[in-house]
Design a protein around this ligand. Structure first.
Ligand SMILES: O=C(O)CCC(=O)C(=O)O
Ligand SMILES: [Fe+2]
Length: 337
C-alpha cells in the first residue's frame, strides 16, 4: 500500500486506515511551531497509531554508524554473543538468541535475535541502590571497540527525539507541553538491536520474524534497514506494509499511551516477516516512562458519565510483566522461583 503524507481527509475518519502518514516534525524539534506539528501527530495517533517522522534532527551518519555496529555485533560467533546472554542480567539487558522471545503466543517463538541496551546505571545510582527492577548496567560486547560510544550517542539522540514527541503528544491532548516531563525524566527506555534471518521458500505460517503484538510502553522510534517486512494491522484486520522511507523513523504508540489516553491514541498491532531474501536489521528504541509513573486516564480523556476503560497501572511493573509473559528466560527464572 502506498505511503503518502497525511491527507486532510484522514481527520476524524473512522474507516480502517490504508496509509501511514509521514509528518515533518522539524517545527516541533526546533520549537518554532510545535502546535501545528502536534495537531498532525494527534490525528495520526488517534487514527493509525503509526506514523513516519522526517526532519527529526537525528544525524544520518549517527544512525548509519549504529546500524553498522548492530551488523558487527550479530556477525560475531554465537559464543561471543552468548557471553552477554540476557539471562546473565537481573535487569533485562543483553543478548537473546533466535526463538527466545515469543511476541504472539498463537505462533512459534520469533525468528530473530536481539540485544537489549538501556540507561547504563552504576551502583551509585539512587534507583539502583533502591533495587528497582530494570535499572542498572548494560552488558557490553567485549570485543567491539567503539560499540559503546556509538550506542551512547545514538541512545541520547533517541531520548531527545522521544522527549520532543512527548511534548507534541501533550499539546495534541490539550495539555501543557511539559505535562509528561516529570514522568519521563528517568525513563525505562531501551534500545533493541535486531537481526532477522531471511524467511525463504515455504514460510511456515506459524513462524515469523516477529509475531503480531502491540508495544508495551509509551512510544517506539524504529530505524529499519532497506529490506522492508514490517506490517501494521488496521481495524478491518488487513495488514498494511510500513516500508522503509529514506530519512525517516517509524513511530508507534504502545499500550501505556493507549491507557493514558483512555484509548484515544491507538496501540496498533504489528509484525515482521522478512521475505526479502536478505538479512534484515532494525533498531527499535522503546521509550517507556519512569518506573513509578502512574498510567491512568489523563484529564479530559474520559467522556462524562463514563468509567475509564483501563485500570490504573504503574509503568515499570507493567513493563516487567510483559517481559515475563514473552521471554523464555524469564519464564524459566519464574518457574525456578
Ligand atoms: O523490527 C521491526 O521492524 C519491528 C520490531 C518490533 O515491532 C518490536 O521489536 O517491538
Ligand atoms: Fe513492536
Amino acid at each position: 500500500m502506498a505511503v503518502t503524507t497525511l491527507a486532510e481527509d484522514l481527520v476524524g475518519r473512522t474507516v480502517p486506515f490504508q496509509e501511514i502518514p509521514v509528518i515533518d516534525v522539524g517545527a516541533l524539534v526546533d520549537g518554532s511551531d510545535p502546535q501545528r506539528v502536534a495537531e498532525a501527530l494527534g490525528r495520526a495517533a488517534a487514527s493509525v497509531g503509526f506514523l513516519y517522522v522526517r526532519n527529526h534532527g537525528v544525524p544520518a551518519g549517527l544512525r548509519a554508524a549504529m546500524m553498522a555496529e548492530a551488523e558487527r555485533f550479530f556477525a560475531q560467533p554465537l559464543e561471543a554473543k552468548n557471553a552477554i546472554h540476557i539471562r546473565h542480567s537481573a535487569i533485562h539487558r543483553g543478548y537473546f538468541p533466535l526463538f527466545e522471545e515469543n511476541t504472539d503466543p498463537d505462533l512459534t517463538a520469533d525468528l530473530k535475535e536481539g540485544l537489549d541496551l538501556g540507561r547504563d546505571l552504576g551502583s551509585d545510582d539512587p534507583e539502583v541502590r533502591q533495587g528497582l527492577p530494570l535499572h542498572g548496567p548494560n552488558q557490553w560486547p567485549a570485543d567491539l571497540p567503539g560499540f559503546r560510544q556509538t550506542t551512547e550517542e545514538y541512545f541520547a539522540a533517541m531520548r531527545s527525539l522521544a522527549e520532543a514527541l512527548m511534548r507534541g503528544f501533550a499539546l495534541a491532548l490539550g495539555l501543557a507541553p511539559d505535562f509528561f516531563t516529570d514522568k519521563i525524566d528517568r525513563p525505562c527506555a531501551s534500545l533493541r538491536l535486531l537481526h532477522y534471518p531471511p524467511q525463504e521458500g515455504h514460510i511456515e505460517a506459524r513462524t515469523m520474524g516477529c509475531g503480531a503484538h502491540t508495544d508495551y510502553g509509551c512510544l517506539t522510534i524504529l530505524a529499519q534497514d532497506d529490506n522492508g517486512g514490517l506490517q501494521v494491522r488496521n481495524s478491518a484486520g488487513d495488514w498494511i506494509s510500513a516500508p522503509p522511507i529514506p530519512g525517516t523513523f517509524v513511530i508507534n504508540l504502545g499500550d501505556q499511551m493507549a491507557r493514558w489516553t483512555n484509548g484515544r491514541f491507538q496501540a496498533t498491532p504489528h509484525r515482521v516477516i522478512n521475505t526479502s531474501g536478505r538479512e534484515r536489521y532494525s533498531m527499535p528504541f522503546f521509550f517507556d516512562p519512569n518506573w513509578d509513573a502512574l498510567i491512568e486516564a489523563l484529564p479530559g480523556t474520559v467522556p462524562e458519565g463514563e468509567a475509564p476503560r483501563y485500570a490504573p497501572v504503574l509503568a515499570g511493573p507493567y513493563l516487567q510483566s510483559r517481559f515475563d509473559d514473552t521471554f523464555a528466560y524469564r519464564k524459566d527464572e519464574i518457574a525456578a522461583g
